[in-house]
Design a protein around this ligand. Structure first.
Ligand code: SF4
Length: 444
C-alpha cells in the first residue's frame, strides 16, 4: 500500500519529500518519476517557495514570498544559482531576463499607465531612431544577448515583450517571436490583447512560453480604467478564450502558460472571486491580482483595503490548485503599495537587478524601468548600433560599475525592490557560509 503524500516536495539536484513537520526524506521511485516528469509550467503552478540546504541537509534559508509568474518560465532558482556561481566561483553573471519595450503605440489610456505612452514618454531623450526597431537590428540585439548568456553558461533567456504601449502593434512581432525561439530564448508576452488577430495569436501560441493578458479593470470598471470604449471587458475575455482554444489545438497545454493580471480597485469589491472563477472555467493557468503603485506624495495607509475586499480576495485564493495558480498581494491592509527604499542600511550597495535583468528600450539598454533612472543618458548601459562586441562593452565590469555605482544611493524607490533585496540576502548568505550549498524549489 502506498501512503498518501500529504506534504510538499523539494525539487533540485534530487527530488525529496518535505512534510508538514519539515522532515526531509527520500521518495518512492514511482512518485519521484511523476514529479520529475512535470513540465516547467506544471512545476510553476505548484511552486510554493524555495529552500537552501547545507552539507548536512539542514535548511539554512527558506523563502515563501516569491510568485512563480514573476520569474516564469525561469525559476527563482536560476537567480539563486547565478548569484552562487558569481560569489563562490567568480563566474560572471549572465543576463537571465530582458524586458523589451519595442513599440511606442497604444490604443488604451489607462489611468495608471506606467509608461504613459505618447503622453509623457520622453521620446526626445532617446537618440534619433532609437525606436526604429527594424527586423535586422532587433535580431542582432537578441542574438547578442543570447550569445552573451550562453558564453556564461546560461541558455533560455527570458524575453519579455511588453511594448512601451501595446506590443500587438509591433509589425515584426511574429518574426521576432519565431527568431527568439530559434535562439532558445523564452518569450513572455504581456498585452491587453486588443490587437491580437488570428495570425498573431497562432504565432504567439506556437512560439511563446507565457502569454499574459492585462485587465485594467473588471466588468464596468474595465472601460473606466482603460480609457477604451471600443475594446470591452467582454472582448478581453473572448480574446483570452480564443488563445486557450488555440493552445489546445496546437497541443501546447502542458507547456504554454496563459495568465491574466488585474489591479486591485475600490470598484472591484466582491468581483475577484467571480472573475477568477470565470477565468478558471475558460481554462487559463494563472491569475495575478496586484496592487498599483501609491500615487506620488501619498502613503499606502491613505488607501486602506476594506474588510469586504480582503474577504473576497482570500476567498479567491482558495481557487488555487495544481492547475490554476492565483496570487493575491501579501499584505491585505492597503489597496496600493510602495516601492520606497525605507531602510538604506538594509539595501544592497549595488543594483543587482541591472546585471541579472536589464531593460531594452528601443535599441538602448538600461538598468531598470524607473523613469527618471531609465531615461537618464548617463545611466544608460549603451545603445546598439549593430557593431560587433557591443554588449560585452556595455556590460564590461568597468561600464557596469560606472552605471550602477551609486545608483541605489540615488534611487528613492526601486522598481525591483523585492528581487534586489532577495539577491542581497543571498549574497550575504553565500559570503558567510562557506559550505557547498544545495537549492530546491518547494512544490505542492
Ligand atoms: S530603482 Fe532599483 S532596479 Fe532601478 S537602478 Fe535603482 S536600485 Fe536598480
Amino acid at each position: 500500500m502506498t501512503l498518501q503524500h500529504t506534504g510538499e516536495y523539494l525539487v533540485g539536484g534530487e527530488i525529496l519529500s518535505f512534510t508538514q513537520q519539515r522532515i526531509v526524506s527520500p521518495l518512492q521511485k514511482d512518485e519521484e518519476k511523476r514529479i520529475k516528469n512535470l513540465s516547467k509550467k506544471e512545476r510553476a503552478l505548484r511552486f510554493n517557495g524555495f529552500v537552501i540546504t547545507d552539507k548536512q541537509g539542514e535548511i539554512i534559508f527558506e523563502d515563501r514570498k516569491r510568485y512563480a509568474q514573476h520569474f516564469f518560465p525561469l525559476s527563482v532558482i536560476d537567480y539563486v544559482r547565478a548569484m552562487y556561481n558569481f560569489e563562490r566561483h567568480k563566474r560572471p553573471i549572465p543576463i537571465l531576463s530582458v524586458d523589451s519595450h519595442d513599440v511606442l503605440q497604444c490604443d488604451f489610456k489607462c489611468q495608471d499607465c506606467l509608461s504613459a505612452h505618447g503622453t509623457n514618454f520622453p521620446v526626445k531623450q532617446f537618440s534619433k531612431g532609437n525606436f526604429k526597431m527594424d527586423l535586422k537590428t532587433y535580431k542582432q540585439m537578441l542574438k547578442a544577448i543570447a550569445d552573451y548568456s550562453e558564453k556564461r553558461g546560461f541558455k533560455g533567456v527570458r524575453f519579455e515583450q511588453s511594448g512601451e504601449g501595446n506590443p500587438d502593434y509591433y509589425k515584426h512581432r511574429q518574426e521576432i517571436l519565431r527568431y527568439a525561439r530559434e535562439l532558445e530564448m523564452q518569450s513572455v508576452y504581456v498585452s491587453t490583447g486588443s490587437k491580437i488577430d488570428d495570425s498573431l495569436r497562432n504565432s504567439l501560441v506556437e512560439n511563446a512560453s507565457f502569454i499574459r493578458i492585462s485587465f485594467p479593470g473588471i466588468g464596468e470598471a474595465y472601460k473606466h480604467y482603460s480609457g477604451q470604449s471600443e475594446f470591452t471587458f467582454t472582448d478581453a475575455l473572448d480574446g483570452v478564450s480564443r488563445i486557450v482554444k488555440e493552445r489546445d489545438k496546437q497541443g501546447r497545454k502542458k507547456d504554454l502558460m496563459i495568465g491574466a493580471r488585474v489591479a486591485l480597485r475600490a470598484e472591484h469589491s466582491d468581483n475577484y472571486f467571480s472573475f477568477a472563477n470565470k477565468l478558471k472555467d475558460i481554462g487559463i493557468d494563472s491569475l495575478q491580482i496586484v496592487k498599483i503603485l501609491v500615487p506620488e506624495g501619498k502613503k499606502p495607509s491613505d488607501f486602506p483595503l476594506n474588510s469586504g475586499d480582503a474577504y473576497d480576495l482570500e476567498k479567491t485564493e482558495t481557487l488555487d490548485d495544481v492547475n490554476f495558480n492565483v496570487s493575491i498581494p501579501h499584505g491585505l491592509d492597503s489597496m496600493v503599495y510602495s516601492r520606497e527604499i525605507e531602510n538604506r542600511a538594509e539595501f544592497p550597495t549595488q543594483c543587482f537587478s541591472a546585471r541579472f535583468q536589464p531593460v531594452l528600450a528601443g535599441r538602448s539598454l538600461f538598468v531598470c524601468t524607473i523613469s527618471d533612472i531609465m531615461y537618464s543618458h548617463n545611466l544608460r548601459l549603451g545603445t546598439f548600433a549593430n557593431e560587433g562586441g557591443e554588449l560585452e562593452r556595455f556590460l564590461s565590469s568597468e561600464n557596469i560599475e560606472r552605471v550602477t555605482t551609486g545608483i541605489p544611493a540615488q534611487c528613492k524607490s526601486c522598481s525591483n525592490i523585492y528581487d534586489n533585496m532577495l539577491l542581497f540576502s543571498l549574497q550575504k548568505l553565500f559570503r558567510t557560509n562557506p559550505q557547498k550549498l544545495n537549492f530546491y524549489e518547494i512544490i505542492k
